[in-house]
Design a protein around this ligand. Structure first.
Ligand code: HEM
Length: 217
């Protein structure tokens, strides 16, 4: 027996038909007009962006610490405090008798970084030998290194000079620190120090002789 129109089943079928007719005419309307198509595209992008921004997990923002500039000389044993594990996270590295503030490069020299062993130490020997674990927390006069190794240190130092702030000298044992309190211009002071060191013939070893010469060049 066929179902007559007017029964609940026929009504539901009719409603379904109407719905699909509406949907297809709606789609046809959109497809027909490029303006509508563009609007649909814009809406889709907006919806995607909203959904994405809600589901995005908060990435930890690496805090860039802005510390006051340091200007002083360091004995190697005072340098060890600045390995990035202190309360302010400052990291100092000595290269070729000069101390640099490498806090900005904490991803390299800070805890867990590939060159963590340089933090708060003299990295000269490590850079000369290309062996990270040769960085030292003891005074190292580097007098046993050959010319190639010393040149390598100087090249590395140039990179440190370009990237990081110069802090002061790495003091030899018993050497008195310079008082920088009246200093205005950091760069010129570094020059002055270098020049006065070059004139200090007494304390020189053979290799530091060449070092100082190239520094003042
Ligand atoms: C397999 C061995 C090594 C690889 C693949 C490697 C890779 C790198 C890379 C890719 C950078 C540049 C990172 C950047 O600028 O984003 C870098 C920087 C550096 N590397 Fe190495 N390295 C290696 C060994 C060494 C060794 C043995 C030393 C020293 C003993 C060293 C010292 C440095 C230093 C001082 C920097 C500069 C970091 C700065 O910008 O302050 N590397 N290394």
């Amino acid at each position: 027996m066929a179902e007559k129109s007017g029964t609940p089943a026929a009504a539901a079928q009719e409603q379904q038909q109407q719905q699909s007719q509406f949907l297809s005419s709606f789609i046809a309307e959109i497809v027909r007009s490029p303006v509508n198509l563009a609007l649909v595209g814009v809406i889709a992008i907006l919806v995607y962006k909203i959904v994405k921004s809600r589901t995005r997990t908060e990435e930890p923002v690496q805090e860039v610490k802005k510390l006051p500039k340091l200007r002083r000389d360091f004995a190697i044993e005072d340098l060890t405090k600045y390995d990035g594990k202190g309360p302010d996270g400052r990291i100092l590295v000595a290269v070729n008798g000069s101390v640099y503030d490498v806090t900005r490069g904490a991803k390299f020299y800070g805890p867990g970084g590939p060159y963590e062993a340089f933090g708060g130490r003299d990295a000269s020997r490590a850079l000369a030998k290309f062996a990270v674990d040769a960085a030292t927390d003891k005074y190292d006069d580097l007098s046993d290194l050959n010319t190639t190794e010393m040149n390598s240190i100087k090249e590395w130092e140039e990179q440190f000079k370009e990237r990081y702030d110069y802090v002061g000298k790495l003091l030899k044992p018993g050497e008195a620190p310079t008082n920088y309190s009246d200093e205005e211009d950091e760069g010129s002071q570094q020059e002055t120090e270098t020049k006065s060191e070059s004139n200090d013939a007494e304390k020189k070893t053979d290799h530091s002789d060449t070092t100082e010469k190239s520094k003042s060049d």
